[in-house]
Write a protein that binds this ligand. Structure first.
Ligand code: C2E
Ligand code: CA
Ligand code: CA
Length: 828
């Protein structure tokens, strides 16, 4: 409830004061006998007539206010009384000029007493409201007296004439209407509601009171005029009347109270704790006509403030669950009805709060799950699913054709951080990087962590225009981001810096969905990685191969991991090389097997048998080449050591990719494998392409030197394809040269390849190296190579690559043949 504003109280008090003083001025100039004339109606005469009339009038005014009835109207309480009866009596017994001061005295005395009683009970109304009420009654009484005085004129008449009754009724009606208007004004201002509604409800409940009051007033006047003894009948009559009023008003009030309660209770049903609590605070104040209420929830949160003073507290519980407490400013209600209502309201409020709190918790929970479903828990960035969903929404809002860009970032060698500093530090690094990703972007970007050390940024605010310009802008953003990522960071007191590879794709909105953009950015990102560049952008011409490539790598990783016996996808085929210049002109098949080359095969579950050319280039450009080389080395060494145990010792040759030669630990790996599988180092040949040998990288030189020191043999593979072919032979300590099969194939038809073969053979012979011709497919080639002095050959003419079992059979057969040959020689 709002406090009664001074602008309402002040004018009314002023009006009442003016009415009183004006009345007193008039009264002091009243012609003699006027008072007497009025009092004469009551049979009062003599010098005591005036004081008795004044005192009796004030007493009647005072008693008329002691009704202590209460009536709800609007948001407040009205206190209807028997004011009209008093006005009738005053107007009948006093000249109009004396009515206002006497009424004021009586009303003020009555309300002062009531206020004191209320205050002792702790239920006092604000003083301003009391003053307003007294002023309103006084003004109304003054106006009523004015009406009566005007009606009767200078001649007050004798006894209860019909004219006087009419004037008194008019005075009472004026008093009633003015009070009604002024109290309505107060209720509307303090409690809300419309003038119509408040005045209407007061009128409905008190109109009958007006009739009773006027009748009571007239009866008193008549009794006084007739016989003073009749006044003795007055108390029981008044008591009955009061009971009747109280009952009637009580019924009305009850009805309104519960209607109001229903309204307040309905308002409590909110989905939100705060809303429900605030509705409860407002509802309690309204329902219990208290200045303030406060709700303290079990969780500690509180709503509403209380002024100092007595407080009524009511626990709020639902079943066994304590929800909180309701505090009302003011003492415990005394009326049973109010206590009952407080209990009922408490129940409703507790239930509503409990519901709202549960709703809140549910909502928070579902928000949390949505958050978890959308956010990466470590960095708080969007996750992959959310990026896809929100990204597509974002793309949909761009004008068709407007450029959008996706940056895909992968941290280089992130594993190292985890390995060296542990996973917690790894997480910290990711968080720092996530922060930098976020900082680098604009507000409109979407930032996501796709998993592991992969991040993505969707940029949708590129200026529309030339596609090239948009690409340039996106690449520029990527470069900046790359530089930011590479800046040093401090993790656990360790300063470190991580670089990233960023793939950039720019597309016209509407031309591709987000998963397609991600796919393209992924390709670009791998291009960046392959090229050891911080940034690369998507080039559609390289797309198909690249997509295949990605799938391939994932599948190869699986194949390497799950290479269980019997289910192997990866296998080795073996192709022997045979000696050409055998003693006594060896025949095609009788050439001694000088070595066996291991060639990898991949029986792909969907694509069938894959040749190395179909997957090696991809693998060589990835981290997987290390595990793959290791796998081939181990398989080959196991096979060769098996042959040796079977008495069929023959060197096994393994192709070593360029990438593996820059791995410093390769010699250790090889040494370890040889030791573990008990194969003498000289039975292992490592075939290395000419171009790598010429790379003049100190790492490669060092690796080669250490391999050599192990006792492992080295062969120059694909010899002739490089440009400075011959220098390699003098620089690198190799034991074998394998002439590329291109030269062998063209050797007979073109002079230049023939010359190269010739020169190679000559040089190798002079350096004491074996020369193996690759890809020998026909006897003519074999004849020519033999003629040129080539020591060995490999090719379909002799043996195709074959399974380990097939090779074992060949080796056994070879041994048989040699034994037979030796026996024949011995016999011959
Ligand atoms: P490469 O080292 O030159 O291996 C010889 C290739 O020539 C093999 O092809 C073999 O099947 C093929 N070949 C053998 N005789 C003839 C012939 O008479 N005519 C013709 N036209 N071809 C013949 P493959 O097995 O497809 O291997 C291709 C390349 O893949 C190899 O060339 C080698 O560089 C690489 N490679 C094979 N296995 C491995 C491996 O385990 N590791 C690495 N790093 N590379 C491997
Ligand atoms: Ca080879
Ligand atoms: Ca070769």
């Amino acid at each position: 409830m709002r406090p009664l504003p001074l602008r309402l109280v002040a004018p009314l008090v002023l009006a009442a004061a003016l009415a009183v003083s004006a009345a007193l001025v008039i009264a002091s100039g009243l012609p003699e006998g006027t008072v007497g004339a009025a009092s004469h109606r009551f049979g009062l005469d003599g010098p005591l007539a005036l004081p008795v009339a004044l005192l009796a009038g004030a007493a009647v005014a005072m008693v008329s206010q002691l009704a202590r009835l209460r009536l709800r109207a609007g948001g407040g309480l009205a206190r209807p009384a028997w004011g009209e009866a008093a006005v009738v009596v005053l107007c009948a017994s006093l000249p109009p000029a004396l009515v206002p001061p006497v009424a004021l005295a009586g009303f003020a005395a009555a309300h002062a007493v009531l206020h004191a009683v209320d205050r002792r009970a702790g239920q006092a109304r604000p003083a301003r409201e009391v003053v307003y009420g007294v002023a309103a009654l006084t003004v109304a009484a003054a106006l009523g007296a004015l009406v009566e005085g005007t009606a009767m004129g200078r001649d007050p008449g004798d006894g209860l004439s019909p004219g006087l009754i009419g004037a008194l009724v008019a005075a009472a009606a004026v008093h009633y209407l003015v009070t009604l208007a002024l109290i309505t004004a107060r209720l509307v201002v303090t409690g809300g509601g419309t003038v119509r509604a408040v005045a209407g409800s007061m009128l409905g409940s008190t109109a009958l009171m007006l009739v009773g009051n006027v009748a009571a007033g007239l009866v008193i006047v008549w009794a006084c005029a007739t016989s003073g003894f009749l006044l003795l009948l007055l108390p029981p009559v008044l008591w009955l009347m009061h009971q009747f009023y109280a009952n009637r008003l009580g019924e009305d009030d009850e009805r309104r109270t519960w209607a109001e309660f229903a309204e307040v209770a309905r308002d409590l049903n909110r989905l939100d704790e705060r809303d429900a609590a605030l509705a409860g605070v407002a509802g309690a104040a309204r329902l219990f006509r208290v200045p303030a209420a406060r709700i303290v929830l079990a969780g500690g949160r509180a709503y509403g403030e209380l002024p100092p003073g007595p407080v009524t507290t009511r626990p709020l519980t639902v079943g066994m669950v304590a929800v909180g407490e309701l505090h009302l400013a003011g003492p415990e209600p005394r009326r049973t009805r109010d206590r009952l209502m407080l209990a009922t309201f408490g129940e409703a409020l507790a239930a509503a709060l409990h519901d709202a709190i549960t709703q809140d918790a549910l909502r928070a929970m579902s928000e949390r799950t949505t958050y978890d479903a959308v956010r990466d828990p470590l960095t708080g960035l969007l996750n992959r699913v959310a990026l896809l969903a929100r990204g597509d929404l974002r793309l949909g809002t761009r004008a068709p054709g407007a450029p959008v860009a996706l940056l895909l970032l992968d941290v280089n060698d992130f594993k190292e951080v985890n390995n060296a500093l542990g996973h917690t530090a790894g997480d910290d690094v990711l968080k720092v990087i996530a922060g930098r990703v976020l900082d680098s972007g604009n507000a409109g970007d979407l930032h996501a962590r796709l998993g592991g050390d992969e991040f993505a940024i969707l940029i949708t605010d590129l200026a529309a225009g030339e596609a090239d310009l948009a690409l340039a802008a996106a690449v520029e953003r990527a470069r900046k981001l790359g530089a930011q990522i590479a800046a040093p960071m401090c993790i656990d007191g360790v300063a470190l810096s991580k670089e990233a590879s960023i793939g950039v794709v720019v597309a016209a909105a509407g031309s591709a969905d987000l998963s397609e953009l991600l796919r393209r950015a992924d390709i670009a990102m791998y291009q960046a990685k392959d090229g050891a560049q911080p940034v690369a952008w998507y080039d559609p011409t390289r797309d198909d191969a690249s997509t295949d490539r990605l799938a391939l790598l994932a599948e190869l990783r699986e194949a390497l991991a799950a290479n269980a016996p019997g289910l192997e996808q990866l296998t080795l085929e073996l192709q022997p090389a045979v000696a050409l210049a055998g003693p006594a002109g060896a025949s095609t098949t009788s050439g001694r097997i000088t070595g066996v080359e291991a060639l990898i095969r991949w029986r792909h579950p969907r694509r069938g048998k894959l040749s190395p050319a179909q997957f090696l280039p991809v693998v060589e450009a990835s981290e997987l080449i290390g595990p793959l080389t290791h796998w081939v080395l181990e398989r080959a060494i196991i096979l060769a050591s098996g042959w040796r145990r079977a008495g069929l010792a023959v060197p096994v040759a393994v192709n070593i990719s360029a990438r593996s030669l820059v791995e410093r630990q390769l010699p250790e790996t090889v040494g370890e494998l040889l030791g573990r599988h008990r194969l003498p180092a000289e039975l292992l040949v490592l075939e290395i392409t000419e171009t790598v040998m010429l790379s003049s990288s100190p790492v490669v030189d060092d690796v080669l030197a250490r391999l050599r020191r192990l006792g492992v043999q080295l062969a120059v593979d694909d010899f002739g394809t490089g440009y400075s072919a011959f220098t390699v032979l003098t620089r690198v300590p190799v034991q074998e040269v394998k002439i590329d099969r291109e030269f062998v194939a063209q050797m007979l038809d073109a002079p230049k390849p023939g010359a190269i073969v010739q020169t190679t053979v000559d040089l190798a012979r002079r350096l004491g190296l074996r020369v193996v011709a690759e890809g020998v497919e026909n006897p003519e080639q074999r004849a020519r190579l033999t003629e040129l002095g080539c020591s060995a050959a490999q090719g379909f003419l002799f043996y195709p690559p074959m399974s380990p079992d097939a090779l074992l059979a060949v080796l056994r057969e070879r041994r048989q043949m040699r034994r037979r040959h030796l026996r024949a020689e011995g016999a011959g």
